[in-house]
Design a protein around this ligand. Structure first.
Ligand code: ZN
Length: 358
């Protein structure tokens, strides 16, 4: 039995999202969530997943969403980020069925100061639900890990109460992931807070599971956003196993992995560390930095190999009057970026065991 036996192709929502995560956890794999900022990057990720017959998660950051709508738009009140995220989610909804794979559409890190962005997307979900009986997005992420634990949990509970009835999954973060993302800089936090404590995970689990089972937790186990020199922090995926044990015992769970964990800041991680984390119940891993680099490498290599054809509209090494349109047409060089991003996305799927899982 594969994933397409339990959920349909296209964007999935509600309990279907939990079914896919449960299937992944039971079968020992996780699904990469690739940050996208354009139709080109979305298409590359969908094509990558289709070609290895696997589900995929497409996610939009607050900055990526604004970029999707256009850098020329004002964004003081998050209006471009809301518009861009909504437009991008609608685009994915429209094309995903043609790729024949289940797709989860997710919004990435939302810190307290960005809550108006979250509220705008939630309003779009509610309006979509009114019309179609399911939400626009599959899932949203709230990141209040910088705020006191009680406030973090209370805010997540109040949002889950709005998300659960319309079938939207909630991902939350507790503990500090190092590095920098979307303007939140954690490069100088002390080492101990880079590891979430098990009691904190239990408090989150207890509070959220009273509202809905449709949530996941991004816990810190030494992970860092972005790519940094190795050796600064040490990854401890075994901590996730300890969290699972503690919670299973406290709630007398039949499952030895009651929690759906999310792996943030996995760029540059060793594949055995990734495998270990997946073994402890990680069902989603964020991928951004590495696929950004991959997209650029495709374009860079194309430019370097076709340099002589890309200096003017007419005239290249084959002759002064030879036209260069088939080299500078954006469809040609952007496609090169798509191809390398596609390969890197498939590599992420391989690391996570998400190959031929449909
Ligand atoms: Zn994070």
């Amino acid at each position: 039995m594969g994933i397409l036996d339990i959920v349909p192709a296209g964007v999935i929502t509600g309990d279907d999202v939990r079914k896919v995560f449960q299937y992944a956890q039971d079968n020992g794999f996780a699904i990469p969530a690739v940050n996208c900022t354009s139709t080109s990057t979305i298409n590359a990720v969908l094509e990558a997943a289709r070609d290895i017959q696997s589900p995929i998660i497409i996610q939009f950051s607050q900055g990526g969403s604004a970029f999707f709508a256009g850098k020329g738009l004002p964004n003081k009140k998050q209006e471009a980020s809301i518009l861009g995220a909504v437009a991008a989610a609608k685009y994915v909804r429209e094309v995903a069925p043609a790729y024949g794979i289940p797709v989860i559409v997710h919004s990435d890190h939302c810190a307290k100061k960005l809550l108006p962005w979250f509220d705008g997307m939630l309003a779009a979900d509610e309006a979509y639900f009114e019309q179609h009986g399911h939400p626009l997005f599959s899932s949203h992420m709230l990141d209040l890990s910088e705020d006191p634990k009680e406030e973090n949990i209370a805010t997540c509970v109040s949002y889950l109460k709005k998300l659960a009835p319309i079938g939207v999954w909630l991902e939350m973060e507790i503990g500090i992931t190092g590095g920098e993302e979307d303007g939140v800089n954690n490069e100088s936090v002390d080492n101990a807070s880079l590891y979430t404590q098990p009691e904190d995970i239990y408090d989150v689990y207890k509070a959220l599971s009273e509202v809905s089972p449709n949530f996941s937790i991004a816990a810190a186990f030494g992970n860092v956003h972005g790519v940094y020199k190795p050796g600064n922090v040490k990854l401890h995926p075994e901590l996730l196993g300890k969290h699972q044990e503690l919670i299973a015992a406290k709630i007398k769970s039949e499952s030895n992995k009651p929690v759906f964990f999310v792996f943030h800041g996995g760029s540059g991680s060793e594949s055995d560390e990734i495998k270990e984390a997946v073994g402890y119940g990680v069902i989603k891993m964020n991928v951004d930095t590495d696929t950004q680099w991959a997209y650029w490498v495709g374009i860079k290599d194309f430019y370097e190999s076709k340099r002589g054809y890309l200096q003017s509209q007419v005239g290249n090494p084959e002759g002064e009057d030879k036209p260069n349109k088939k080299y500078y047409d954006p469809r040609v060089w952007i496609r090169e970026g798509e191809k390398t991003m596609l390969k890197r996305t498939q590599e992420a799927c391989q690391h996570l065991g998400n190959v031929n899982t449909l």
